[in-house]
Design a protein around this ligand. Structure first.
Ligand code: GAL
Length: 690
């Protein structure tokens, strides 16, 4: 297993091509390091020392500064004031706290906005945002980029050579801008020109023969109006690519600027919202590793059982861990909810123990960094009522604050027991599974869903959930990865392919890999055109079957698939299959005019196997049954954890977490020594053993 992980981290340096090897920033015996955001500019300077001293006394190892402080750092154009921040850094150091320095590009000062109002994001009706919030300024504004880089350069000159600064966070939760301003239009046109070279090439890819959409010059092209019915699909796809690249390149420009001044001890990252429709995640190649932010209880999720909303979606942290880690081999969590938030639909108290559970779940995924927003609860501003590690009095720990302290103490104990060279249990290694992911498929299918019932990310989650109930370590992987590290690879709804990818899949299976392809895979080429062939024909030789047609029954009359003794409702997509000889049928449709036709098929190919799952079931139970059968056939032993219980291993430790509303007794391996919690996992319970 060690070999596998080694391989991944080496490979991933290739993904972040200009990055440093991130493992050297985090000594392995440290396991994880915990910190907290502090905004000196929000508080009386007379209180800074008290606060930083308390932060250190609670066991935090670093703090996080200047995230939204552009106006305080450059109060007038070209006039920089670092004195206050210097003092805050000094005080942090006095109490042995390192500092994450942030570039405050999410909050430009008013002098800049008033001088160049064109930097504001302009919506499709021509209306601009205005100063008074954050993230109001578009990354497609050339002026904005210039001003931002100037400020970032000053900051990097000032702190790049400072050992008290452990690393850099660029921007805050960077997003895409649907900006219709002059710069954005022009940059979009140049981006297209760069991509296509000639307008003829664009016309072909965009299929502009349809509805008289031909262009004779790039200058005629506008950013698509998303709300306008029937917009050209490729225009939207390319614009989506464009805005994601704008975000990625802006972060890269900042990283390059910072890197000119940094000492090798300092890393560079950003903090993404883990949204699986965002194409910029993992696309900024200058970052050393990436981090995510996570708010589990905000009213949008029901969790498991009646009180589940106070713990959150069990797969949320798991999936972010498994999605972020493979990019650079290591990852961090920059914001993890400390308690009630202010911005949710319902801002409930998390269940006592939930914050502690989330922290351990972050740890379980392999994270090297856990940080929380924020130390003190704000007294003014949009985020009034948001909890911190201490309450509005600035000193009394909140319940979440106490849970952070508990976690930090437990980690200190684990550090004494750490055995980073320790292998992982063989059974865990054997069920390692890759999920092949490309955001372009999500963009493509969401544009062209064919039924309101289809949910591109939801489809992937059904497989993911099953794998977690198996106790399988999962990596979200990319086309460019070496597939050999994974005994099984799931390829869920991979709509847009090319023949090279099919060849790579085929070779993987022939050499002993086990592929699971699912609904909609291979219907289109990378430009999102259907093949001039039968539906998904380029995958027929691989799956050992043809696709006769696909169907989408009406929501009120779902169809059923029958497999072994189980029946599974579906209505969001079904490929009706026609196996070739040598391909087994595992499940058939029932209840419609194609009753009896194959829905799930399986074949051997070379030393490996290929499974194709035609339908997307309503509850994800068909997906579970198929994987259960497959892992059985492959003789890969799996666990059967109930909903909400997950187990992972790292650095010689096993970690079990329980998001469900029921107690669960986890059976401990022989000789296991419990270091944290108990094997009887209560709701929000954690157990860590060695
Ligand atoms: C995050 C954001 C933070 C803070 C937090 C409040 O999404 O990155 O800056 O606003 O929400 O919960």
């Amino acid at each position: 297993m060690k070999k596998t992980f080694l391989f991944i981290s080496v490979f991933c340096l290739g993904v972040f091509s200009n990055a440093q090897d991130p493992s050297r920033f985090f000594p392995s015996g440290q396991l994880i390091t915990t910190g907290v955001y502090y905004y000196p500019e929000h508080w009386d300077p007379g209180q800074w020392e008290r606060d930083l001293k308390n932060i250190a006394a609670m066991g935090f190892e670093y703090t996080h500064y200047a995230e939204f402080a552009w106006a305080q750092l450059e109060p007038e154009e070209g006039k920089y004031t670092f004195e206050w921040l210097d003092r805050a850094v000094e005080l942090a150091a006095k109490y042995n706290l390192k500092v994450i320095m942030c570039t405050s590009t999410a909050t430009p000062p008013v002098w800049l906005v008033r001088k160049h109002p064109e930097i504001l994001e302009t919506n499709e009706n021509g209306r601009s945002s205005d100063h008074g919030s954050r993230q109001t300024v578009s990354f497609s504004s050339t002026f904005f980029r210039q001003y931002a880089l100037k400020m970032v350069e000053k900051l990097a000159q000032h702190y790049g050579n400072d050992k008290r600064i452990m690393g850099w966070q660029i921007d805050n939760e960077p997003r895409v801008f649907y900006d219709y301003g002059v710069d954005a239009q022009q940059r979009f046109r140049s981006w297209l020109k760069n991509r296509y070279g000639t307008i003829e090439a664009l016309n072909i890819t965009w299929g502009t023969a349809f509805w008289s959409q031909q262009y004779s010059d790039f200058s005629q092209i506008n950013i698509p109006i998303y709300a306008q019915w029937g917009m050209n699909l490729n225009q939207i796809l390319d614009h989506t690519r464009f805005i994601n690249e704008e975000t990625a390149t802006f972060l890269d420009e900042q990283a390059r600027t910072i890197r000119k001044y940094t000492i090798p001890e300092q890393w560079i990252t950003t903090n993404y919202i883990p949204n699986y429709q965002s194409g910029y995640i993992g696309r900024s190649r200058e970052l050393d590793f990436i981090t995510y932010t996570k708010y589990m209880v905000s009213g949008y999720n029901r969790g498991i059982g009646l009180a589940g909303y106070r713990i959150g979606d069990p797969e949320s942290i798991a999936m972010s861990n498994d999605f972020f880690r493979p990019f650079a081999g290591i990852y961090g969590v920059m914001e993890l909810q400390p308690g009630q938030v202010n911005w949710g639909s319902v801002n409930s108290q998390p269940l006592p123990g939930a914050v502690h559970l989330w922290l351990w779940h972050v740890f379980a995924g392999g994270s090297r960094l856990a940080c929380t927003y924020r130390y003190r609860a704000p007294l003014y501003g949009y985020e009034q009522f948001h909890y911190g590690i201490v309450g509005p009095d600035g000193v009394t720990p909140t319940p979440g604050g106490l849970e952070y302290q508990q976690f930090i103490k437990e980690v200190q104990l684990l550090r004494q027991e750490a055995d980073p060279g320790a292998g992982l249990p063989q059974a865990y290694i054997d069920r390692k599974t890759g999920i092949l992911f490309n955001v372009e498929n999500i963009w493509g299918m969401e544009q062209n869903k064919q039924t309101t019932q289809w949910n591109s990310v939801g489809h992937i989650t059904k497989y993911y959930k099953t794998l977690k109930s198996f106790g399988a370590p999962v990596d979200f992987i990319r086309d460019s990865f070496d597939f050999k590290a994974y005994p099984v690879i799931i390829v869920p709804a991979y709509q847009q392919i090319d023949k090279a990818l099919v060849a790579k899949w085929t070779e993987y299976a022939r050499n002993g890999g086990n592929l699971v392809l699912t609904s909609r895979t291979g219907y289109k080429d990378r430009d999102m055109h259907l093949w001039e062939a039968r539906f998904a024909e380029p995958i027929y030789d691989l799956i050992g079957a043809e696709i006769e047609f696909y169907d989408l029954p009406a929501p009120q009359v779902p169809d059923t698939v029958v497999m072994d003794n189980g029946k599974y409702a579906w209505n969001s997509w079904g490929d009706i299959l026609k196996p070739r000889s040598g391909t087994e049928t595992w499940a058939v449709y029932s209840g419609n005019f194609y009753a009896g036709k194959p829905a799930v098929i399986f074949r051997k190919l070379g030393k490996g196997t290929v499974t194709y799952v035609g339908p997307d079931s309503k509850e994800g139970l068909l997906e579970r049954a198929v994987l259960q059968k497959l892992y059985g056939v492959l003789k890969i032993p799996v666990e059967g954890y109930p909903d909400g219980v997950m187990v992972e291993y790292r650095d010689g430790f096993g970690i079990g977490v329980n998001y469900s509303d029921r107690d669960y007794e986890l059976s401990m391996p022989q000789g296991a020594r419990i270091l944290v919690g108990s094997a009887i996992l209560k709701p929000a319970g954690v157990v860590v053993w060695k």
